[in-house]
Design a protein around this ligand. Structure first.
Ligand SMILES: Nc1ncnc2c1ncn2[C@@H]1O[C@H](COP(=O)(O)OP(=O)(O)OP(=O)(O)O)[C@@H](O)[C@H]1O
Ligand SMILES: [Mg+2]
Length: 607
């Protein structure tokens, strides 16, 4: 239950709706009970009229009066119930909205290792399914609880007032009902948890199959995947049917106990009425009360199970909400800068990057990716990092973007420790093209403009960025040019086209630091040279970090670092490294040989 305390701040935020809702619940219950009182009066009048031989007209007129009163009271009670729903259920929708936003904002603030630990299906489920269950507590549970308590207090007070003895008999089966329902709810609760777990699993399977649909189809794995899905769906169906079966036993049981109550009331009440202790109207009144009490009392058990389910869901939500990004962002989640933290303005910023004996171990896997790395790049210069796969090149890029914090040593940006800068401001000054390019299913224009935010960019800027990235003329040939949709709802781009759009996205905001992680790997060396040529103008005033496998990409950089197993194996300019006849030289020779072989292969068919 503790987990639900998280929601108190929201109850406080919407306290007036809540207070009004509870007030409406009490009032509606009051008028609902008053109907029974009117029925009692009408019945007593009838018995009286029959005994005293009243005229038909007089009896009819009086009964009509009661009829109209009952109708009016019911309408008032119904209208109040409507107002109660309007306040409490609407409040629950507002809280649902706020909670979803809170979770989403928190997801976004978490570092990348969180996303490696948790799968997307789980993330999605907590923000949709779990929030819905929590809403059942905020809305229906609170509402039913308020009206149930009001009903129990008001009805038992009215009943005891009439006859304590009859009340005892009439209400005798109800505690049994509460206890049984509580245990059954508990059972239902456990069963529904299992159902929920299975649903999470199903979403994950579906989500992964669809995002990996191309691989799935290429390996002709449709049938096995389909079978897997069917099996898991079967488990889900079995569990769900079990749950429904248990739930179905509920209503008959409640009806049985309700019948027992009614029977006792008529028997005991009848004897009391014959003795003259109560009127016949009281018996009718009591039967209405039992009807009115049974469902709310039964719903107590149901509400308990709703609350328990909500608590379990909120616990899952809290687990994520309490996950802290281990990066200290230096700003509050709402984007307000914390006092005393340097938010960077363009003027004072100089994109100098320095690594001082940086070592880095991936927190989730314990792999030591970098070992005692030191270098310094200043604006206008470029640093190239070359090395075999797994040598730690991308890790350097991740550290500059502060996707992770260093394990040892420090990174200085513009002469200040990276951690001391405001995280967002730093990232805004970095144009990062990751190794695995990701484009949204949106237009080409929006994908490029994403680098500065859609609102802040003009088409001219987007076009300029596309030109510098060497993709402009290709975009012009797309069916809708810059308005062409990419991805699921539009055209499919080649690897090289994607990479260049990602480059355009990185440079559009003219950031001070450019990081290109293997971003030309999917284009041929000739195109690469062209793109690098046009990027050179942009790189002139910026700090550039170029990461590549290929010597051809890095050879013109001001300084080259050759990484091997996280260590700097060699460094210097292209010429210095060539003269050394070491690691870099070997790499160069190997790649030149490959290139020649490729050229030969291209020539062969023409002979
Ligand atoms: N997110 C991660 N979590 C844990 N370990 C990682 C992660 N990313 C990379 N590693 C590990 O860190 C080491 C360096 O990886 P890195 O991605 O920096 O290499 P790279 O030089 O960029 O390789 P490539 O040329 O293939 O891109 C590897 O051993 C890799 O398995
Ligand atoms: Mg890499």
């Amino acid at each position: 239950m503790k987990s639900l305390q998280h929601l108190n701040k929201y109850f406080w935020k919407y306290r007036w709706r809540l207070v009004l809702g509870i007030l409406f619940a009490v009032l509606s219950t009051f008028f609902g009970i008053y109907v029974a009182v009117l029925v009692r009066k009408a019945t007593d009048f009838m018995t009286h009229a029959v005994a005293e031989h009243y005229s038909f007209e007089a009896t009819a007129e009086e009964l009509l009066k009661y009829g109209l009163l009952i109708l009016g009271t019911t309408i008032i009670s119904g209208f109040l119930m409507f107002l109660m729903r309007q306040s409490i259920i609407v409040m629950s929708r507002h809280i649902e909205f706020d909670l979803k936003n809170e979770i989403f904002a928190h997801y976004q603030s978490l570092d990348t290792s969180f996303y490696r630990r948790n799968n997307t299906g789980d993330l999605m489920n907590r923000i949709s399914e779990d929030v819905s269950r929590v809403r059942m507590y905020i809305g229906p549970a609170v509402m039913y609880f308020a009206s149930t308590i009001a009903t129990i207090i008001l009805i038992s007070a009215t009943m005891t007032n009439v006859s304590a003895k009859l009340t005892l008999y009439a209400l005798f089966p109800l505690p049994i009902l509460v206890v049984v329902i509580y245990f059954v709810s508990d059972l239902i609760n456990r069963m529904s948890n299992k159902v929920q777990e299975q649903l999470s699993k199903l979403s994950t399977i579906a989500q992964e199959s669809f995002s990996g649909i191309r691989v799935l189809k290429a390996y002709a794995q449709e049938e096995p995947t389909g079978n897997y899905f069917t099996t898991e769906s079967g488990v889900y169906r079995k569990r769900y049917l079990g749950l429904i079966m248990t739930e179905a036993l509920f209503s008959p049981f409640i009806l049985l106990l309700m019948g027992l109550s009614t029977l006792l009331t008529i028997y005991v009440g009848g004897k009391l009425a014959i003795d003259g202790q109560i009127t016949y109207g009281n018996i009718v009144e009591f039967i209405i009360y039992i009807g009115k009490l049974t469902w709310p009392v039964a719903s107590l058990g149901w509400v308990t199970s709703l609350v328990q389910r909500a608590a379990a869901s909120q616990e899952r939500i809290n687990e994520f909400l309490n996950t802290k990004s281990y990066l200290t962002p230096n700003h509050s989640p709402m984007g307000k800068w914390k006092k005393g933290v340097n938010s960077i303005s363009f003027g004072e910023w100089r994109g100098e990057v320095e690594f001082k004996n940086v070592s880095f171990v991936y927190p989730n896997s314990g792999i030591k990716a970098l070992d005692q790395i030191s270098f310094r790049v200043v604006p206008g210069k470029s640093l190239a990092i070359i090395g075999k796969t797994g040598s730690g090149k991308s890790s350097v890029a991740s550290l500059i973007c502060r996707l992770y914090d260093v394990t040892e040593g420090e990174i200085l940006v513009a002469g200040k420790k990276l951690q001391e800068w405001d995280l967002h401001s730093v990232r805004r000054q970095i144009g990062y093209v990751p190794q695995d390019t990701f484009l949204f299913s949106d237009t080409v224009e929006n994908n490029i403009a994403f680098g500065v935010g859609y609102e802040k960019s003009s088409l001219g800027q987007v076009e300029q960025a596309a030109k510098s990235a060497g993709i402009f003329s290709e975009i012009e040939r797309f069916p809708d040019k810059f308005k062409t949709m990419i991805g699921e709802r539009g055209i499919t781009l080649s690897g090289g086209q994607k990479q260049r759009i990602a480059i355009a996205r990185a440079i559009i905001g003219s950031p001070q630091i450019l990081i290109f992680d293997d971003c030309l790997s999917a284009v041929d060396t000739e195109t690469e040279a062209e793109i690098l040529g046009s990027l050179r103008k942009i790189m002139m005033e910026k700090t550039t970090i170029l990461i590549s496998h290929r010597v051809s990409t890095v050879k013109d950089a001001s300084h080259i670092i050759a990484l091997d197993q996280g260590r700097i194996k060699e460094e210097g300019t292209h010429q210095q490294l060539m003269d050394k006849h070491g690691y870099y030289f070997e790499l160069y020779k190997m790649q030149m040989a490959d290139e020649e072989k490729k050229n030969d292969a291209e020539i062969l068919p023409m002979q």
